[in-house]
Ligand binder design. Sequence first.
Ligand code: SF4
Length: 560
Amino acid sequence: MAKTLTARPDQAATPSRRKPVSKKPNGQWKIDGKTPLNANEEFKLADDGLHVRERIIDTYSKEGFDAIDSDDLHGRFRWWGLYTQRKQGIDGGRTATLSPEELEDKYFMLRVRIDSGQLTTEQTRVIGEISRDFARDTADVTDRQNVQLHWVQVEDVPEIWRRLAEVNLDTTEACGDVSRVILGSPLAGIAADELIDPTPVIHDIKEKYIGDPAFSNLPRKFKTCFTGHPSQDVVHEINDIAFVGVTHPDLGVGYDLWVGGGLSTNAKLAERLGVFVTQDQAVEVWKGVISIFRDYGYRRLRNKARLKFLVADWGVEKFRQVLEQEYLGYALPDGPAPETPTVTGDHVGVHAQKDGKFYIGLTPTVGRISGSQLIDLAHLVEKYGSTRLRTTPYQKLVVLDIEKDDVEPFIAEAEKLGFYARPSVFRRSTIACTGIEYCKLAIVATKSTAERVIDNLEERLADVADQLPERLTLHINGCPNSCARIQTADIGLKGQIITTEDGRQVPGFQVHLGGGLADYQNDAAGTLGRTVRGLKVEADLLEDYLERLIRAYLAERADA
Ligand code: SF4
């Protein structure tokens, strides 16, 4: 969709406008000391979140849910990818009226961390088997390259970890105030047009610093991404730190460094520091930035604790200066901005690899699959001679290393399993967060709503299918948080209870329009969608609204 864009990469290095700094202590460790200023900081300082692993193995898995200490249950369990899930049958209207304890079930969501999204068929099969054996056959591919299981009981967690460890997977720091899964280009190492392969850097960071107590108490979550692919396929504008492949005219290939992106409260696109980082420097630079966040990040108010607030207050010039002088001990050279992408970054469809084989991007509808489907897909991929898959930040899967003559037979078989290589624009471009099915914060149903809407739009808009753009992003959140990145979509929907004209309180959505990140269909790096004031849509009538909107867009575009 056409957009009015405001944040070009070559403009983003402009220093941010400074805000007056609050005189109250902000809980910045280097300035205010370590005295905790809220309950979250108290439990984190009292005992490292990483320590709960032993208690889960030695005590909680044997004594059961009711034996779990409250700070462990609602705090430290996250450091190992475990959240209590929503009690079934509580409607969204009651979300705000009940305490987290009243909303929670005795079952957990378990997030399996897949750094850079790289999976073998063996790992895929093991996740599928764990899902089948311990998670009622649930498995969601998330928009951060993880897989999330539901219905997990604490009694089974040690066995789940044992099976994951056997194939070199884990849930370490998958949630919590830590460095979350590191996004990596799904095409790392295989694309002919790749500038630089970040896989070794991501591997080094994971080995050295994930699970390191030096970085296990951050002010809030810390999101990292790397891409060396020209499609800029890791949503770099909304990560706390992003390394985007560029070619320096004198120094060769390396990365352009971005900091301070994030959605939810006060959504902000990341800003370029304007520096060039070589492959050899990338781990050290990452360590410098996460150290700044740990030492100077705000810890007084949870909703002001993400790195983006520090970046906004300091400005990029000061941030760069502190990074270079206090943490690196040397200056980084100025570097170029990434080019505007010329290809799409969701990688759906059939594409040539640099070695002559093909990679095939598959769409499982809104990332919702089952463990059984994962097991079947692993078998299918092996049947066609491959052992490699990738997850993507768009709730998709990419299968690598398919021979040319096998492409069509593979696609036909994958489709029978529910993985589409040539989906409609609606199936391809819609993502949805977990929603009311399992999330304690949710107000409305998301994935089931999205599935219904996709089916409907495919049918209703069949007559204009050939006029639709290749991608038309529809992102659906179940609450005001932004796990499905609604501000970055052509059409973003924020779940809430709305009042209809006849006075009924029903599940619905606030509409955002015109967002988008780096993409070949946009004419710049990214922009955040705007709330259309007063435009709220009843969940049950969503397809009516979307059909009208898309037909109007097509008509207007045709007249332009
Ligand atoms: Fe839950 Fe809200 Fe995130 Fe959706 S956006 S998963 S409802 S917190």
